[in-house]
Write a protein that binds this ligand. Structure first.
Ligand SMILES: *[C@@H]1O[C@H](CO)[C@@H](O)[C@H](O)[C@H]1NC(C)=O
Length: 103
């Protein structure tokens, strides 16, 4: 009985999660990369990728704003597709948090 309750809540969590932002610590999507899954309209910290992200991309109608500081403070570029080199936006190795939403 208890087992079924746990399965149901796990499925509910998956159905509300999106692939938000893919980042890599080198330009051109090389080096170490991660795709974060989570909720839209929510601020997330980048954890071990703090001040290390050099390329970033989104997909499926989602866009993500990058921020210089934790807690989505210090607005940076809006990622709307593949950003091969964040140096072009003066944001190489700067990102500390991000916030994604549907356009
Ligand atoms: C990214 O790839 C392009 C095209 O191959 C290349 O011109 C550029 O130098 C690369 N940038 C970096 C920082 O590796």
């Amino acid at each position: 009985m208890f087992k079924y309750v746990l399965v149901a809540s796990a499925l509910a969590a998956v159905s509300s999660a999106y692939n938000l932002l893919t980042v890599c610590n080198n330009a051109n999507f090389s080096g170490n990369c991660v795709t974060w899954t989570g909720n839209l309209n929510t601020c997330y910290g980048v954890g071990e990728y703090n001040d290390a992200i050099s390329s970033a991309k989104v997909e499926g109608g989602i866009v993500c704003r990058l921020y210089r500081d934790g807690g989505c403070k210090g607005a940076g570029p809006l990622i709307t597709g593949p950003a091969y080199n964040l140096q072009e936006q003066n944001f190489n190795d700067v990102t500390s948090s991000f916030y994604c939403y549907f356009t």
